[in-house]
Design a protein around this ligand. Structure first.
Ligand SMILES: C[S@@+](CC[C@H](N)C(=O)[O-])C[C@H]1O[C@@H](n2cnc3c(N)ncnc32)[C@H](O)[C@@H]1O
Length: 323
């Protein structure tokens, strides 16, 4: 789902999975085989996968996702792990699943996380400045905003929010926290709003800084990189990976991983995007980019160097040639 926080986005219904038909098609489902939904959320994708007769190991790092597993508890083809998808290999090992036929990642935050003011993700809803997807993790956005140096704050806004006024905004935050502790999303959004250069804009001034903080607090990009390596090693031959991202930082990581991967190969050169109809039905799909990759037998052999060695031997006339 996207990070859409436009005021007229009144969507509160959590069961609206993005690019669902494309995900199902591109995962090349094989009934009876194991698939991983690494971002369970409200379980929209998982439920559709189960309806196709496959087995699903679902993962989510957010405690609140667990409530959406209730209707699936009796389904023998379903298992849920509360954890981080970056630890995919150990989740599979502990679940006794040696390899999987496909993995789906639908990155970012869910509409439920955005809609709940108490989680502190949304700059348009006043709540505690939290932003942790996993409430057991130590670092909240408030700790970052109140304790980190001006330079580090500017770096977070710039690197993870791609905010061009990162230095100016970091300075405003540090000045503001001299007079009072910044504990709410509204306080931070107001500080950023006041510090932002005036003039025409298409976006809320706080959108990028909030994105930067969220990505930093949840270590989202490193988790994605770790997950891609784990997926590469967990897919069976011909297995598919489908990753949906919602901003260029995530998409770039997926694209670059696929470019350098020996085992996973992109199925399409360009990412798939939602149709106009999907966007009008589900505004959260607007910025989605979906990449598909396949782990193939040949790529696997190439990765292990066996083909290169075999070719070498053929060129030399075989190991046993007699000179
Ligand atoms: C966009 S939502 C997924 C929505 C889901 N596909 C659906 O149909 O309801 C992303 C979910 O992934 C979870 N998530 C994000 N990063 C994660 C990570 N590193 N490990 C596990 N879960 C993660 C979030 O907590 C959130 O619930």
């Amino acid at each position: 789902m996207s990070q859409d926080q436009t005021p007229n986005n009144t969507q509160t219904e959590p069961h609206n999975p993005v690019m669902l038909e494309t995900c199902l098609k591109e995962l090349n489902l094989k009934p009876g085989q194991w698939y991983v939904d690494g971002t369970f959320g409200a379980g929209g994708h998982t439920k559709a996968l189960l309806n196709q007769g496959v087995k699903v190991l679902a993962i989510d790092r957010d405690n609140s996702a667990q409530q959406y597993t209730e209707s699936l508890e009796d389904n023998i083809n379903f298992r849920f792990v509360k954890g981080n998808f970056r630890d995919l290999a150990s989740h599979l090992r502990r679940s006794g699943i040696p390899e999987v036929a496909g993995v789906l990642l639908d990155l970012g935050v869910s509409s439920m996380q955005l809609d709940e003011a108490d989680r502190g993700f949304a700059f348009r809803k006043d709540g505690p400045l939290d932003m942790r997807m996993d409430e057991a993790s130590e670092l909240s956005a408030a700790e970052v905003v109140n304790n980190f140096s001006q330079e580090k704050l500017a770096w977070i806004f710039f690197k993870y929010g791609e905010e061009r006024y990162s230095r100016r905004l970091a300075r405003a935050v540090v000045e503001a926290r001299h007079s009072e502790v910044i504990t709410t999303t509204q306080q931070l959004a107001d500080i950023i709003f006041k510090a932002y250069p005036k003039g025409p804009r298409t976006d809320h001034p706080a959108r990028r800084s909030f994105q930067g903080l969220r990505i930093f607090v949840n270590d989202e990009l490193a988790a994605l990189s770790d997950a891609l390596s784990a997926i590469e090693n967990s897919l069976s031959d011909g297995g598919r990976m489908v990753v949906m991202s919602y901003h260029s930082l995530e998409d770039r990581i997926v694209k670059e991983h696929l470019r350098s991967s020996k085992r996973l190969k992109s199925v399409y050169k360009k990412p798939l995007i939602p149709t106009e109809q999907e966007i009008s039905d589900n505004s959260r799909a607007r910025s989605a980019k979906l990449r598909v990759a396949e782990a193939s037998v040949i790529n696997d052999i190439l990765a292990s160097g066996e083909v290169a060695q075999a070719k070498n031997e053929t060129q030399l006339g075989g190991e046993d040639h007699d000179d």
